[in-house]
Design a protein. Structure first.
Length: 151
């Protein structure tokens, strides 16, 4: 059996747990990623007391993050973003549209999205309209519309 480390999450960590959860993780993940970034602390009575003191603050932040994500999702679903690409006569792109290109197109419209949050099954390689899922929050997924046009 592999060794694990017991930690208490101080902040929500996607695909791991919510703030206040006790989790078992690989020692390297805990020591090298979670603890240095302030996302978790070793499970102890002191860490539990610190967490109890911050519980109201954590709940308020969680609620604010959810409301901001819902507002951003509504804004994203109302707009269509155009991406200009070089293409052949039959509509195949010279290159492909990646998550980073999608984020850059949204950034030009004033919406900042981390490229890791854009969900694409595969990169787009032809002209046309597409709908992408953008995971803004663990409970909020926006449907972003993009239109790939010839440059």
């Amino acid at each position: 059996m592999a060794a694990t480390m017991n930690l208490i999450l101080l902040q929500d960590v996607e695909d791991l747990g919510l703030a206040g959860d006790s989790v078992h993780v690989a020692p390297g993940f805990g020591r090298n990623y979670l603890i240095p970034r302030g996302l978790a602390a070793p499970a102890s009575a002191v860490a539990l007391r610190q967490l109890e003191a911050k519980k109201a603050e954590i709940e308020a932040k969680r609620k604010a993050d959810l409301e901001a994500a819902q507002a951003l999702a509504a804004k994203i679903s109302e707009m269509t973003v155009e991406i200009h690409m070089q293409a052949s006569d039959d509509g195949h792109l010279f290159g492909s549209v990646t998550e980073r290109l999608v984020c850059e197109a949204y950034a030009e419209k004033g919406i900042t999205i981390e490229y890791q949050r854009v969900r694409m099954d595969k990169h787009i390689r032809s002209l046309g309209e597409y709908t992408l899922n953008i995971k803004l929050h663990q409970d909020v997924i926006a449907a972003g519309k993009i239109n790939i046009v010839r440059a």
